[in-house]
Write a protein that binds this ligand. Sequence first.
Ligand SMILES: [Zn+2]
Length: 261
Amino acid sequence: MLRHKYSVFIFFILLAFLFFTKASVLLYVLLFLAFLAITSWGAFDIRLNYFSKNICQSNNKIDKEIAITFDDGPHEKTEEILDILLKYNAKATFFCIGKQIEKYPQILKRIVAEGHNIGNHSYSHSNWNGFFSSQKIASEIEQTRELISQIAHNKTRLYRPPFGVTNPNIAHAISKTNQVVIGWNIRSLDTVIESEVLIFERIKKRVKPGSIILLHDTSAKTVWVLEQLLLFLQSEGYKTKTIEQLLDIQAYEITNNNEFV
Ligand SMILES: [Zn+2]
C-alpha cells in the first residue's frame, strides 16, 4: 500500500476519535493542517513514494556506479552536454519534453545515437500539471511517447513527472500508461543556485554508489558543472551509467517479436 493510503486511513481514525471524544474545534483544525502538510510534502518529494512507486536510486550500494539524468530538453544547450559526455565516454539519461522534441528532433536522434537513454517528461511541462486530470496527463504521456517513437524509433517506458510532483491523478495516469517512474536522490538545484561552484559542491558531497543525479540540459551553468562532475567521478573510480544499465531494467517497450519499438 502506498503511503498516502496509510495517512488517509490514520486521518479518518483520528477524525473519528476527535468526534467521539467531543474534542475542541482547535484539535480538528490541527488535524486538518497536519494532514495537509503531510500530503503536500508527499506530493513534492518524489523520494517518499507517497502517491506512486518511484525509483530514486539503485539497490546496488556497493558498485561505484551512478546515473546522471537531464530534464527539460532537448534544448540548444543539449549539444554541449552531449559533447562533454562524449569526451569522457559517459552515458546519461535525458527526460525530454514533447514540445521541445518537436523543436529539436535532430538533437533527440543524436542523444539516442550516442547511446544515452530517453525518458518521457510530459508534452507541455505545464506549471498546472499538478492540477490536470488523469486523462490529460495520460494523453500527454502517450503524445510524447509517440513523438519519441517516430523520431528515435523506440517507445520509452521511463517517465519523470514535471517538477517531480505526484498526486492521485498523476499516479493513476502512470499506472494506466504502464510507466516506470524515475526520480532522483541528488537534486542539483542547477536551475535555482546561481554559482556553478556551489552546484558542483552540492552534488559532490552527496554522491554515493547507486545515486541518481538530477540536472537540466537547459542551462549554461550545467555544462561547466557536468565537466567538473565527470572529472571528480573519474578520479573517485565511479562509472556513469544509463538508467537502464544502473537499475537493470528495460527502458523501452519490446514487441512480440522481441524488437524494440
Ligand atoms: Zn522538468
